[in-house]
Design a protein around this ligand. Structure first.
Ligand code: FMN
Length: 687
C-alpha cells in the first residue's frame, strides 16, 4: 500500500476509526509494513546470569537515542548505591539478551528509563526490547516488579509513547508497577524537575517495599581509579581521540587514497574535512554558519532529510575554568578499571585529565539538583555543604539561584564559594558523575541526489548575552561556537572577538586542518517517492535546512528527468527580516529550474512599521489552496524547526485549514492530522 496513493477520504475514514479506538500500532503495521524488522539485532548476553555472576540485587535498564535516558538511568543507579548500598547493575537494553527477564529473581526490582523517538517510537537500540515486550503473554512476568520513567517531549503527538507502550505491555505481561509511570517533558523544559519529583516519590516507596535503610550519600565508585606513570607521548594514551580506533597504537586502516575506512556510525565517527564554511548572516550578536563536510572515499552514506551528528569538544576557556575550579592537573595520565563486568569504560583509556575534560565531559550543560546533593559530601567546608543541601532540596531556590542564570557546574560552585577552589572533590567522582559529552545533531541541508559526497549543515551560533549573571556573561553552545571558530579560521578572519576558543588541531593533530568527527543518523524525514505528489514545507529559521536539501533534490531530479512533471512544492519560510533571510540568493535559482512547481512564501516577523507575520499566518492566508492540495491532491506536509512555539502554531493552523475546509469540528480535524502523522503524511523534525 503506497503512502502516496492514500487519499484524503481514506485518511479521514481512518481518522474516524482512530477516534473510536486509537490503535497506533495497528495503523503503523498497515501503513509501513516491515519498517521495524530491519532494525532487529541479535543479542548474546544473558541478563540473569550477569546479575548472578556479579552479585547484583537491583537492575536498571535504559533505552536511549541521544543519551538523556542513559544519563538519568546512571544517575538513578548511582543514587541507589550511595543512599541504600544496593548492588545495582545499570545496562543498555541493547547490551543484553532480555528473553529471560521473567527469570530475574523475585527480590530484584527492575527500573526502566526509556526515551521516545520518531513518532512515538522506541529508540533504535531498544527496538528488540519492544519486540520482546510485544511478544509477552499474560502472566509471563508475574514475578517481576518494575518502575518506568519516560523521557519525551509534549510537543510531539505521541508524548512519551515508548514508555507508555512499554508500561502497558509490561503490566499486560503480569509485571507489577511500583509507583507511577514517570513522564519527563523536554518540551516544557522540565525534564530534570520531572525526574526529581518522580524519583523522590519512587525512592520513598522503594524504601518501604524493600525495607531499605537510608544513609547519608556516600560515593561508591564503579571503577578502580589509578594514576599512571605514562606520559602524553605514549602511543597508547588517548589525548581525546573520539574512539580508541583513532589511537596511533591501533593502526587504523586507510584506503589507497589515504582515507579512513569505516564502517562509521554512532560508535565510531568519521573525521571529515570541512571543505567550505561561510557565514550566512550576522546581525548584532546573532550569526549563522553553513558548513560543508567532505565524505568522499569514506563510504559514509546519507539520504536527503537525515541528520548529521557532530562530535564536539569543549572550549579552552571552559576547560580552564573547570580545571581551576577543581584544582586539577591536566597532565595527569589516569585509567579506570571497571569493578565488575556490568560496567564499561566510558571513553578511550588511559587518558589525561586535560583530554577527558576537553573531549569527554559535558562541562557546560545545565546542572541537576541531584548532582548538588551528591557533590555535597565533598564540599570544602560545612557552610558550603549546607548551602548545597538547601539548594538540592529546594527546587524554587535552585531555579532562582542557578538555573535561570544558566550557570554550569564550575560557574555555580565558584559562585557559591565566592571564587574559592573545590579541590576537595575527587577527580574520579567527577568522571563518574558529570554527564559525558554527546554528539550534536543537525538537519542536513544538502541533497544526496545532488551532492552525494558532501554533507552540509546550517547552524545558528548559540551565543546569548546573559545579563542575569556576571559569572556567565555569555551562554555559549559547544558545537556551534566550535563551527564558528572553524569558519573564521578557515576564511582567515580573526577569532579574537569570540567569547570562546578551541583547540582546532585536536588530539595529535587529528582534526587538522579543519576536520571534525561526524556520523550520520538516519531519519524518516523523506520526500514522497512520487514526484507528482504536492509537498507543503514549513521551516522558519534554520528549520529551512532539510527543505533546502529537498528542493536541491527536486532540482537535480528535473535535470536528470526533464519530462516528468513535478507536483507543487510550496515552502513557507520565516525570518525576522531581510538580513537573516537564509539562502536568499539561492531560491531564485531553484525557481528558474523548477518553474511553477516551486514557490517560496516568506514571512518576516520584525520589519519596521509592518505587522509581525509568521509562517502560520501565511498558511492561513493560503488556506483554500492548501486544503485543496491536502484533500484533493494528497499533499505531504513537513514541519521543521522550533518545537514549542512554531510547530504548535503550525499544527493549530493546519487544524483550522482542515476543519474549515472539511466543515468538521477541530476535534475531528485533530484526529485526521493524527492519522496523517501516523501514516507519514505529516512529518515533523522539531527540537
Ligand atoms: N518525544 C516524545 O514524547 N514523543 C515523540 O514522538 C518524540 N519524537 C522525537 C523525535 C525526534 C527526531 C527528536 C529529536 C526527539 C523526539 N522526542 C519525542 C523527544 C525525546 O524523546 C526527548 O528529547 C528525550 O529527552 C531524548 O532522550 P534520549 O536522549 O535518551 O534519546
Amino acid at each position: 500500500l503506497g503512502l502516496d496513493t492514500l487519499d484524503f477520504a481514506v485518511l479521514c475514514g481512518l481518522a474516524l476509526a482512530v477516534a473510536a479506538y486509537t490503535s497506533r500500532e495497528k495503523l503503523k503495521s498497515v501503513l509501513s509494513p516491515g519498517s521495524d524488522s530491519t532494525r532487529v539485532k541479535s543479542m548474546s548476553r544473558d541478563i540473569v546470569e550477569t546479575l548472578r555472576d556479579n552479585d547484583k540485587n537491583y537492575l536498571v535498564l535504559y533505552g536511549s537515542q541521544t543519551g538523556t535516558a542513559e544519563d538519568y538511568a546512571k544517575k538513578f543507579a548511582k543514587e541507589l548505591v550511595s543512599k541504600f548500598s544496593l548492588r545495582v547493575m545499570c545496562a543498555d537494553v541493547e547490551a543484553y539478551d532480555l528473553e529471560n527477564l521473567h527469570n530475574v529473581p523475585k527480590d530484584i526490582v527492575v527500573s526502566i528509563f526509556l526515551s521516545t523517538y520518531g513518532e512515538g517510537d522506541f529508540p533504535d537500540a531498544a527496538v528488540p526490547f519492544e519486540d520482546y515486550l510485544s511478544g509477552l503473554n499474560s502472566g509471563d512476568l508475574e514475578n517481576v516488579r518494575y518502575s518506568i520513567f519516560g523521557l519525551g517531549n509534549s510537543t510531539y503527538e505521541f508524548f512519551n509513547g515508548a514508555a507508555k507502550k512499554a508500561n502497558k505491555l509490561l503490566s499486560e505481561g503480569g509485571a507489577k508497577l511500583l509507583g507511577k509511570c514517570g513522564e519527563a517533558d523536554d518540551g516544557a523544559g522540565t525534564t530534570d524537575e520531572d525526574y526529581m519529583a518522580w524519583k523522590e516519590q519512587f525512592m520513598d516507596l522503594l524504601k518501604s517495599e524493600l525495607a531499605l535503610d537510608e544513609h547519608e550519600q556516600k560515593f561508591e565508585p564503579n571503577f578502580e581509579y589509578s594514576v599512571l606513570e605514562a606520559t602524553k607521548n605514549d602511543n597508547t594514551v588517548s589525548l581525546g581521540e573520539p574512539t580508541s580506533q583513532y589511537l596511533p597504537s591501533q593502526k587504523l586502516t586507510y584506503s589507497p587514497e589515504g582515507k579512513q575506512t569505516g564502517p562509521f556510525d554512532a560508535t565510531h565517527p568519521y573525521i571529515a574535512p570541512i571543505v567550505r564554511s561561510k557565514e550566512l548572516f550576522r546581525c548584532g550578536e546573532r550569526n549563522c554558519i553553513h558548513a560543508e563536510f567532505d565524505v568522499s572515499g569514506s563510504n559514509l552514506k546519507y539520504s536527503t532529510g537525515d541528520h548529521l551528528a557532530v562530535w564536539p569538544s569543549n572550549s579552552d576557556e571552559k576547560v580552564e575554568q573547570f580545571l581551576n575550579c577543581f584544582g586539577l592537573d591536566p597532565e595527569v595520565v589516569f585509567s579506570l578499571k571497571p569493578i565488575d563486568n556490568t560496567v564499561k569504560s566510558p571513553f578511550p583509556l588511559p587518558t589525561t585529565i586535560g583530554a577527558a575534560v576537553r573531549h569527554y565531559l559535558e562541562i557546560t550543560g545545565p546542572i541537576s539538583r541531584q548532582l548538588f546533593s551528591s557533590i555535597m559530601q565533598f564540599a570544602p567546608n560545612d557552610t558550603l555543604k549546607e548551602k548545597l543541601n538547601e539548594l538540592s532540596k529546594d527546587k524554587d531556590q535552585f531555579a532562582k539561584e542557578i538555573h535561570v542564570k544558566y550557570l554550569n557546574l564550575a560557574d555555580a560552585l565558584l559562585y557559591l564559594s565566592g571564587g574559592a577552589k573545590w579541590d576537595t572533590v575527587p577527580w574520579n567522582f567527577l568522571v563518574e558523575s558529570v554527564p559525558h559529552l554527546q554528539p550534536r545533531y543537525y538537519s542536513i541541508s544538502s541533497s544526496s541526489l545532488s551532492e552525494k559526497q558532501s554533507i552540509s549543515i546550517t547552524a545558528i551560533v548559540e551565543n546569548m548575552p546573559n545579563p542575569t549573571s556576571e559569572k556567565a556573561p555569555h551562554v555559549t553552545g559547544v558545537a556551534t561556537n566550535l563551527l564558528r571558530n572553524i569558519q573564521l579560521a578557515q576564511n582567515n578572519e580573526s577569532t579574537s572577538v569570540l567569547p570562546v576558543h578551541y583547540d582546532l588541531a585536536g588530539p595529535r593533530n587529528l582534526f587538522s586542518t579543519f576536520q571534525l568527527p561526524v556520523h550520520v543518523r538516519r531519519s524518516t524525514f523523506r520526500l514522497p517517492t512520487n514526484p507528482a505528489t504536492p509537498v507543503i514545507m514549513v521551516g522558519p529559521g534554520t528549520g529551512v535546512a532539510p527543505f533546502r536539501g529537498f528542493i536541491r533534490d527536486r532540482t537535480k531530479f528535473i535535470e536528470q528527468q526533464p519530462s516528468i512533471a513535478l507536483g507543487k512544492h510550496l515552502l513557507f519560510y520565516g525570518s525576522r527580516d531581510e538580513r537573516d533571510f537564509l539562502y536568499q540568493e539561492e531560491w531564485p535559482e531553484y525557481s528558474k529550474k523548477l518553474g511553477e512547481s516551486f514557490e517560496l512564501v516568506v514571512a518576516h516577523s520584525r520589519l519596521p512599521n509592518q505587522p509581525r507575520s509568521y509562517v502560520q499566518d501565511k498558511l492561513i492566508e493560503r488556506e483554500d489552496e492548501l486544503f485543496d492540495l491536502i484533500a484533493n491532491e494528497g499533499a505531504f506536509i513537513y514541519v521543521c524547526g522550533d518545537a514549542k512555539g512554531m510547530a504548535q502554531g503550525v499544527h493549530a493552523a493546519f487544524l483550522k485549514i482542515v476543519s474549515r475546509g472539511k466543515k468538521c469540528s477541530e476535534q475531528d480535524a485533530a484526529e485526521i492530522l493524527k492519522v496523517f502523522k501516523s501514516s507519514g503524511k505529516y512529518q515533523e523534525d522539531v527540537w
